[in-house]
Ligand binder design. Structure first.
Ligand code: IPE
Ligand code: IPE
Ligand code: MG
Length: 251
């Protein structure tokens, strides 16, 4: 239902989006689930449930517009600090999301990947990740990356240790360590750097997300809380992205 409504609105807005100048990679910090619930006098977990629904909508929207890569921040290495009941609820939602993903995305050609410290996640989630990434691995449409138990500093630390190990074993010389060598040892090795990064809920910070990869990304912040996010707001972000002048240090 919401999918068709979205197409209608999109067509109405169509002139404003340059289909030839789409960002290849959009990364989203999905923030504000807790505040969304609080404003309604509901438990935080209801906000997370609605947040998962917003994500379902946005994946379809990105796929429909023709975005090649979408990376969403779903659970950070710091989010373990939350009360156990909230962490458990988030893990349960995650399992539910992954289990229903193939059915909901059937025929949409979406490839699902996970970035982050997967081994630090509960076993049932690891199994579900393996299953869903395998079952979608041949798809050639939207590359949908979910950052789970992800922390950018941990990711870079892991890369540095991997490089140090190769140098120690004589497989690489110090002079051979380049930006590319580092990039190839990050979780995102197969993903181009984000062009556009979106954060919802009014916060204007990165919270340990893709620090290396966003060197030249365009930032777009909105006060909208994540559960209220939809395809129209995504188009608004893309429209503003298209008005930016990316110089990459040049003139
Ligand atoms: C984002 O919403 C979801 C996760 C971090 C898992 P929050 O739970 O951070 O919502 P707020 O920031 O408390 O409103
Ligand atoms: C960032 O949101 C992490 C995710 C969206 C998964 P947080 O709500 O955890 O970030 P802070 O604590 O406000 O920086
Ligand atoms: Mg938050």
């Amino acid at each position: 239902m919401s999918f068709f409504r979205w197409i209608f609105k999109r067509n109405r807005n169509k002139v404003e989006i340059d289909e030839g100048k789409l960002p290849d990679h959009i990364a989203i910090i999905m923030d504000g689930n807790g505040r969304w619930a609080k404003r309604r006098g509901l438990p935080r977990n209801v906000g997370h449930r609605e947040g998962a629904n917003a994500l379902r909508r946005v994946v379809l929207s990105c796929n429909e517009i023709g975005i090649k890569y979408l990376t969403v921040y779903a659970f950070s290495t710091e989010n373990w600090k939350r009360p156990k009941s909230e962490v458990d609820a988030l893990m349960n939602l995650l399992i539910e999301f992954l289990k229903s993903a193939d059915r909901e995305l059937a025929g949409k050609n979406v490839r699902i990947c996970v970035i982050g410290d997967v081994e630090g996640l509960p076993l049932n989630i690891q199994k579900e990740i393996q299953r869903v990434t395998k079952s979608t691995s041949r798809n050639t449409g939207l590359n949908f990356n979910i950052a789970l138990n992800y922390g950018s500093r941990a990711e870079m630390l892991y890369a540095v240790k991997a490089v140090a190990d190769e140098v120690k074993k004589g497989k690489m010389k110090i002079d051979e360590i380049s930006e590319q060598v580092i990039s190839e040892r990050l979780y995102t090795r197969e993903i181009p750097d984000p062009d556009l990064i979106i954060r919802t809920s009014g916060e204007q910070r990165i919270s340990n997300f893709l620090l290396w990869q966003i060197a030249y990304a365009e930032f777009w912040f909105t006060d909208v809380l994540w559960p209220d996010f939809n395809g129209d707001i995504l188009l608004e972000a893309v429209k503003q992205y298209q008005n930016r002048n990316r110089r990459f240090g040049g003139i």
